[in-house]
Design a protein around this ligand. Structure first.
Ligand SMILES: [Zn+2]
Length: 359
């Protein structure tokens, strides 16, 4: 989720859902609404990677709002009101904190994750207490690092855990204190995601970390530039979509305006993709209008995505054309050419992140 200079990561697998961090205190409402909008009512796991506000700020609101399975938080304590609020919410719900033990594996639907850190009982700063997990689903893998720094990265390497992952959530918002070359080489990701606030006062992400990623040809997604970053794994391959965050000065209906019932994917399909003329035709094969707000059309090869704006409706039985390049259509995507003429699969992804049609 794009929570600015903070982390909040929702993971879904089948009927299971989990949350890793919940943004700053001020992000609580957004995070809760985002999770609700995905049709989630229960979080099987909630991980507060470490007790800094930019990771656990919204956690008390999340704990109060949803049915919670297991809460995993490091033994490190903070003396802040934010941390106290989280403890109170946990207590009021009659929940217990599970301390992370490196090497422990948890099942998560058809996926599973392993705790890789922390590996020591005490550190100088809170960041190195971060709970680090590696999630695997089929042949795909994701490494989530919280704000773990070089010390913890070294400990993880020394422990000999399997680190190779397709997607790396870059540690500590891209700070130079993390993502050492040794760690990065061991993870050897194809994609990196940096959760970072635009114009933040820390200078995150560090240019040297960005260079390290670029030198290795790793594709980078950043919440400050891309908004919310959505990675979808089918167990064999991972596709990405982004959902730009409305800037505060533009009046855009906020998330609560969305219908409480999950949007219907009722028969909307990609009818054709004209690669040469840059026109995609969607068809609503059902007898009801379908709201496409927040849906995504993805060019799989180029990994380019178009997010349908709020209020986009495809009428019952109607078609809708999406134009790029020089083409004309009902919706203009961009002046750039999107589709690779040598073949380029297209995916239509609904607002809940489900691929509803492929072409
Ligand atoms: Zn942080």
């Amino acid at each position: 989720m794009d929570v600015g200079q903070a982390d909040a990561i929702l993971i879904k697998q089948g009927a299971s859902a989990m949350l890793v961090d919940a943004g700053n205190n001020a992000d609580a409402e957004f995070v809760v609404q985002y999770i609700k909008d995905q049709g989630v009512t229960q979080l099987d796991y909630v991980i507060g990677t470490h007790p800094h506000e930019d990771h656990i700020g919204g956690l008390d609101a999340v704990i109060r709002e949803f049915q919670i399975g297991k809460i995993i938080m490091p033994k490190a304590v903070a003396t802040t009101k934010t941390y106290e609020d989280v403890l109170v919410a946990i207590q009021q719900k009659g929940l217990k904190i599970t301390a992370p033990v490196a090497g422990t594996e948890y099942g998560f639907g058809a996926a599973a994750f392993t705790v890789l850190a922390p590996n020591s009982a005490s550190y100088e700063g809170l960041n190195n207490h971060s709970v680090v997990i590696r999630m695997i689903y089929g042949k795909t893998s994701f490494l989530l690092t919280g704000d773990a720094e070089a010390i913890s990265e070294k400990e993880i390497l020394d422990k000999g855990f399997t680190l190779k992952s397709d997607v790396l959530k870059i540690s500590h918002h891209g700070s130079v204190t993390s993502t050492t070359a040794e760690f990065l080489d061991a993870v050897d990701p194809r994609y990196a995601v940096i959760s970072v606030g635009e114009g933040n006062s820390y200078g995150h992400p560090s240019p040297s970390v960005i260079k390290r990623l670029q030198d290795r040809g790793i594709q980078v997604y950043r919440t400050d530039e891309n908004g919310t970053v959505i990675a979808v794994s089918d167990g064999a391959a991972i596709t990405f979509a982004v959902q730009s965050t409305p800037t505060p000065d533009v009046p855009v209906p906020s998330a609560p305006a969305q219908p409480a019932v999950p949007p219907k994917n009722g028969g909307v399909v990609i009818q054709s993709v004209d690669l040469v003329n840059e026109v995609v035709t969607l068809k609503n094969t059902s007898s009801e209008d379908v709201d496409l707000s927040g849906w995504v059309l993805l060019s799989v090869k180029g990994n380019q995505s178009f997010v349908f704006p709020q209020g986009t409706i495809i009428k019952a039985g109607a078609t809708l054309t999406m134009a790029s390049g020089d083409a004309a259509g009902d919706i203009r995507w961009t002046n750039k050419n999107i589709w690779n003429n040598d073949g380029d699969p297209a995916q239509l992804i609904d607002a809940r992140g489900n691929v509803v049609s492929e072409y």
